[in-house]
Design a protein around this ligand. Structure first.
Ligand code: ATP
Ligand code: MG
Length: 421
């Protein structure tokens, strides 16, 4: 017997029963983002590998060990995108979008070869935002207020907003030297990855998930002490804005983010309800990336949120997202069966929002009715020879105790529209 073919480890089918929750999240996000004037952009899921090496950074978890990289038939090295920012920047440069400020958003699957566990998959989905050409803290603040609004609209509570500033390149360089000195003094207690990165990318050590390394990191010098006046004012503006808007936050001086390209503002929204994988949204400013990828120097700031984690939270909150169907049409007898699709099309013409299932495959009245009941529909519409003859439809409420009625087309359409005559 041949081996059963299954989905790849860490990559999941999203079955129909969960889709309504995905839709609610995606629809709400789209509405909120468009409400702030953000435009959607769609980019390919495959890019040349160099794009990610040059943007995310060579000495990062993602590029070192998480990318799906392969040669194509032309022997070019390609990678499945592990995140969306690099592609957005590439597209913005390539299509000359950077002549004016841009507020963009995207959604779609991302791919990382990680150890699959709750909240961590090899194919996962993100909705993200990138803003180009606006350098003030006002836009960083807007991103935080916009995400706070999204949580409210989704009815998600209890998220913690953590913010930090990574300073500018010079401030970081000074801090880097001090951090290296501190870490060198504790090198015996660091995990292997952190030792390796101590000199190549010491800030990443602050982000280590290794318990013992985290203890060392807790005593490390703080980046906040190295901020110059401009970086400090930038952070203070955001803090004041959050306070005025009534959005709670904490400054976390250890927050660095796992990608190399950030400067100044970084932030994360975190929940305690998902176990170890508690970050649902993360982002920050990356003013140097556009130039680094060959575009004219353009400031930028953005974030990405993990859809699977947010969907899990929505499911945990017990929200009922099944939009259900309105009606299930059963037909018995030759004439009625011919009449059924005609009636259904007429109803769809009249009620574009109507969710109507037309029974297919024949069968006895009893078996058809069973299907109607199982479908979760609110009404069963019954078309027999007699009803077809007289131009009426039998209507039985499946979820309420209402006696079966006979309605003509106008009355039926009114009932299904929610305004029964
Ligand atoms: P983490 O520290 O959890 O690995 P990260 O810093 O690698 O996160 P980002 O690259 O900033 O994450 O991605 C933004 C968001 O996308 C995360 O906060 C998370 O919600 C989600 N995310 C990241 N990686 C995964 C994954 N492998 N599976 C599911 N969601 C993910
Ligand atoms: Mg990660």
């Amino acid at each position: 017997m041949s081996k059963k073919i299954q989905a790849i480890r860490g990559m999941h089918d999203i079955l129909p029963d969960r889709i309504p929750t995905w839709h609610r999240l995606e629809d709400t996000a789209r509405r909120v983002l468009e409400g702030y004037g953000y435009s959607e952009i769609r980019t390919p899921v495959v890019e040349v590998t160099d794009l990610f090496k040059r943007s995310i950074g060579e000495v990062t978890d993602i590029v070192e060990k998480e990318m799906y990289t392969f040669p194509d038939r032309n022997d070019d090295s390609l990678s499945l995108r592990p995140e969306g920012t690099a592609s957005c920047v590439r597209a913005a440069i390539e299509h000359g979008l950077l002549m004016q400020p841009q507020r963009l958003w995207y959604r779609g699957p991302m791919f990382r070869y990680e150890r699959p566990q709750r909240g961590r998959y090899r194919q996962f989905h993100q909705i993200g935002v990138e803003v180009f050409g606006l350098e003030g803290p006002d836009i960083d603040l807007e991103l935080m207020l916009m995400t706070a609004r999204l949580w409210r609209e989704l009815g998600l509570e209890g998220f913690r907003l953590e913010i930090n500033s990574l300073g500018d390149a010079e401030e970081r360089a000074a801090y880097r030297a001090e951090l290296i000195a501190y870490l060198e003094a504790h090198v015996e207690q660091l995990d292997e990855d952190s030792c390796k990165r101590l000199h190549s990318n010491p800030l990443r050590v602050l982000d280590s998930k290794h318990p013992q390394t985290r203890e060392i990191v807790a005593g490390a010098p703080s980046l906040l002490d190295h901020l110059g006046a401009t970086s400090r004012a930038h952070l203070d503006h955001i803090r004041a804005g959050l306070e005025r808007a009534g959005v709670d936050y904490q400054v976390n001086p250890r927050l660095v983010r796992g990608l190399d390209y950030y400067n100044r503002t970084v932030f994360e929204w975190i929940t305690d309800e998902l176990g170890a994988q508690g970050t649902v949204c993360a982002g920050g400013r990356y003013d140097g990336l556009v130039a680094q990828l060959g575009g004219r120097p353009t400031t930028a700031v953005g974030f990405a949120m993990g859809i699977e984690r947010l969907v899990e939270l929505l499911e945990l909150s017990g929200a009922q997202d099944d939009p259900g169907i309105d009606a299930y049409l059963v037909a018995l007898g030759e004439r009625a069966q011919q009449e059924a699709p005609v009636l259904a099309e007429r109803l769809r013409d009249t009620l574009p929002e109507l969710r109507l299932v037309v029974h297919a495959g024949g069968g006895s009245f009893k078996s058809q009715f069973k299907r109607a009941d199982k479908s979760g529909a609110r009404y069963a519409l019954i078309l027999g020879e007699d009803e077809a003859e007289r131009g009426v439809v039998g209507v039985k409420a499946l979820r309420e105790q209402i006696e079966q009625r006979e309605l003509d087309f106008t009355a039926l359409a009114a009932l299904l529209a929610g305004t029964p005559a």
